[in-house]
Design a binder for this molecule. Structure first.
Ligand code: ZN
Length: 414
């Protein structure tokens, strides 16, 4: 009952639901009868289905209730019961091969670790999967994005039936199915200066699996201020880079690049393309480095940037020097230094909210997504993909407003 109450409280926090009830039957059930009934009241059907699925999956994975199946032509057996010897998932057996390398105390360190994974995409999926498989005890996965079809080739925790769901929740569900020794917390928000303190609470290590400079600088500045180590990776087509930051030992991101580069100086995966096998390799490297840090080991990634050429399979190391004047990590740094990035957290007067949009009935709408990105165009909108976009190609009277839009607002800000 207690675990059931916790699941319902989590569901209320994660989804916009008004009411929820769950009934779990016990005793003898005939074939085809339902054991569990879940009822949810929501304003929107999608949230209702997602909440129901979250609840039934969580009840199956977490509530200590087991069933015994009795067959007419054979013996009966308990399903998934932890007291039946052949159903027991025993930690010593599961981790026996890596125990030879990490030892009993190392396995205990992994079990006690609390890791924050920022981004459940191409890097976050392999990172989270490898950490859970290794027996890391607690993962907090934060990602405000919902799964799209174009994510599936590289975000290997998800399947076609998952499209439209929050990645953080989908990752939690999949990892709980696969790895019962790990507690997964899903956060369906984007990391921001407003919420980062809350999500760093109790965290021993951060994996930066994001794909934009603003998030990387935010994570750097807050990790440095709170003396939390982090592992950062990034990938651009066949080129990837990884380094880790350990307080007192490593140069931080601002030691290397004091000022955050503009958001549009590197293309995103949407613009430039990426292979799923490449992100899997880099995300796995990130998990390996994280495991080493949890075990108290120090790899060259703490003092160097590791560069991977995934076309030639060559790796090379570039030493990172600590900047004694660094605005984030030096003695003279202001505690809690954060460089505010206007591109990600805009207060620009050029940004419009829904109420403002409704008033602009005579505006020219220009969809700057690439042609292959949309199944159908918004009526009366012109499509001028960003790759071919020039302001001179828009012919509009000076007093007529022009609205540019894309999938998430990142490219239209450019
Ligand atoms: Zn620094």
């Amino acid at each position: 009952i207690e675990e059931g109450d916790r699941i319902l409280a989590e569901a209320k926090r994660l989804f916009p639901i008004l009411e929820v009830r769950v009934v779990h039957r016990y005793g003898t059930l005939e074939l085809g009868e339902s054991a569990v009934w879940v009822g949810v009241v929501t304003s929107h059907r999608g949230a209702g289905f997602q909440a129901c699925r979250f609840i039934i999956d969580s009840v199956k994975a977490r509530c200590p209730i087991w069933k015994k199946e009795t067959y007419v032509d054979g013996p009966s057996e308990w399903v998934g019961c932890p007291t039946c010897e052949h159903h027991v998932v025993a930690a010593p057996k599961v981790f026996s091969r890596q125990a030879k390398l990490v030892g009993h105390s190392g396995q205990k360190s992994l079990k006690n670790a609390h890791v924050l994974i920022v981004g459940a995409g191409g890097l976050g999926c392999p990172s989270a999967l490898n950490l859970a498989a290794a027996g890391v005890g607690h993962l907090r996965i934060i990602d405000g994005d919902k799964l799209e079809q174009s994510n599936l080739h590289r975000q290997t925790l998800y399947g076609y039936q998952d499209v439209g769901g929050y990645k953080a929740l989908l990752a939690k569900r999949r990892l709980e199915e696969l790895h019962p020794f790990t507690t997964i917390e899903a956060v369906t928000e984007h990391l921001s200066p407003q919420n980062i303190n809350q999500y760093l609470e109790g965290i021993d290590l951060i994996l930066d699996c994001t794909d934009n400079f603003a998030a990387k600088y935010l994570i750097n500045d807050k990790a440095v201020a709170n003396t939390i180590p982090y592992v950062q990776a990034s990938i651009y087509q066949n080129q990837a880079q990884l380094f880790s930051y350990v307080p007192e030992l490593s140069a931080c991101l601002r030691c290397l690049r004091p000022i955050q580069p503009p958001a549009d100086c590197v293309d995103s995966c949407t613009d430039s393309g990426v292979l799923g096998a490449a992100t899997s390799i880099v995300g796995s490297h990130q998990a390996l480095e994280a495991i080493r840090l949890i075990l108290g080991q120090r790899s060259p990634a703490t003092t160097h940037s590791i560069h991977f050429d995934l076309e030639t399979f060559e790796n090379y190391l570039v030493e990172r020097a600590i900047d004694s004047q660094c605005a984030a990590c030096s003695q003279t740094a202001t505690k809690d230094f954060i460089y505010k990035d206007e591109a990600l957290y805009p207060s620009s007067e050029d940004e419009l909210d829904y109420a403002q949009l409704r008033k602009l009935s005579d505006a020219i709408w220009i969809d700057i997504r690439e042609e292959w990105e949309h199944d159908h165009l918004i009526p009366n909108a012109q499509n001028i993909p960003l790759s071919r976009f020039e302001f001179s190609s828009i012919s509009a009277p000076a007093d007529q407003p022009v609205i540019l839009f894309c999938q998430k607002g990142v490219r239209s800000r450019k």
